[in-house]
Design a protein around this ligand. Sequence first.
Ligand code: NAD
Length: 485
Amino acid sequence: METIRNYINGEMVEPVGGAYLDNINPAIGEVYAQTPDSDEKDIENAVQAATQAFPAWSSTPAHLRAAVLLKIADLIEANVDELALAECVDNGKPLSLARSLDIPRAVENFRFFATSIIHFHAESHVTDGVALNYTLRKPRGVAGIISPWNLPLYLLSWKIAPALATGNTVVAKPSEVTPMTAYKLSLLCQQAGLPAGVLNIVHGTGLRAGAALVSHHDVPTISFTGGTATGADIARNAGPMFKKVALEMGGKNPNIIFADADFDAAVRGSMRSSFANQGQVCLCGSRIYVASSIYEKFVDQFVAATKKLKVGDPLEKDSDQGAIVSKLQLEKVLSYLQLARDEGGHIHCGGGEATVAGARCKHGYFVEPTVITDLPVDCRVNQEEIFGPVCTITPFENEDEVIAYANDTDYGLSASIWTKDVGRAHRVADRINAGTVWINCWLVRDLRVPFGGMKQSGVGREGGQEALRFYTEPKNVCVRVPSRP
Ligand code: NAD
């Protein structure tokens, strides 16, 4: 059985307290590795290493920092099969998805920010005849990075890459539920020649290692992706210390289908946005709103397509759906299926645990993809993030009504609109309160665009220039220019 180590000051080390947590492969329900159950002493060691590494790393020319990050990207790419398998075993997602989406996107994150930093430009402002102002962007010091389990390496690298590119050093705390790819990344960083202490990865729970990182005096920047309740906790702890905090949190995203949409594309797109990664993507469009004139046809075809999804062993090529990440998450999803029944929902397909053929997965955590109709828009199932392969479908009569439905939630992460009417598409996109609105697509990502949520989905933006700004502190220098003769 593999034992994961912390990566501190360039070394693979045991947790100071010697305690470990079990890692469970959710497809088979068995322990397959041990991960450090680190505490504040490990965080302290990592912060000290990062603090010591900061002067040299922050003054390393950008093109040399970029070169190391590009090397890390190349190594991830060269090890895509091993990393995809690790992510599949850790998380339960189909191997094909880890291979085609998660790991390639981690490569892109490192490449994108390594090259962006070389082109990052400073601002200057001329105050007519009086002064020239120029703005330096200085790395802020040690960045504390906390990431979730649903897209483990992708979301960790999404934060690590811009933090390092801008000259910060990092202490990262990956999800304790899926630590394996972060561990493998630390081995690749050693191989790439990343200087000791520049990146430190400390494994453990949120309540011990995560909270110690958030409240550490010498960590002025916190970037978090995870649930909204955790984000609130982090905001409470980091606020009085005046830290710069980015919170990327939960979603309950509307997926709106107008009568004039390309019907087949809308069904296909909605299948992906409902069930990709077993519905465990913060951007999943779990609330589907369909124009009443095509509602019945849509429900029929969507349910028929859902019934064809194969829930299976994540290692098998033809599995569309893998396992739910943990027993706890499985129980949460099942409790919402019961709630849907209690709230009067009509379950067209799914509605419970899935049985997977073969002996290997008989103790795994699998849920049937589930489609529910006839629920009021303000019921809990339509308001709370379930984070599983569960979606609801609701008819609407007109544009104003569906915009009101879409916005009627505490979340504001993303939305999708399906229509051929260009005017309507832009009009509706403008009125939906969400950080990202997709028109006739879903999960198309361009790393240059700002990414984040409104309302309880997030505070701050990352992605592209926004990320480079987030991890740097602007410092204005004002130079008096000689007055005209
Ligand atoms: P989570 O909030 O339980 O955990 C996320 C991370 O926070 C983990 O590393 C955890 O150990 C740590 N943590 C927990 N309590 C902490 C505390 N008190 N102090 C510091 N750290 C703490 O989230 P999860 O269950 O791992 O992930 C699922 C959630 O993440 C969903 O709500 C999903 O919508 C959200 N998510 C959001 C985005 C986004 O970009 N907005 C992306 C992916 C996932």
